[in-house]
Design a protein. Sequence first.
Length: 84
Amino acid sequence: MNNHTPSATPTPESANGTHGGAPRARTGPIVWGGLILIFCAWIAQRMFFPDLSTPETWLTITAIGLGVLLLGVGVVVAVRERQK
């Protein structure tokens, strides 16, 4: 009788987060980078043009911009996965 149990040690491919090739895109750094970029743009706008827009406008633009950015990254990742 063969009592072969799978090894609990990770393979080199699964240990570094790559699943058989290129590393997968991570959304965390994209979101944080976008938020920091928007915050810096908001501070610059408030310094140079203080009466130009309201915080509500910036929040709306930030939400829409991050949604478009994440959608774009998702499309790029899907296209790259399909080309494999």
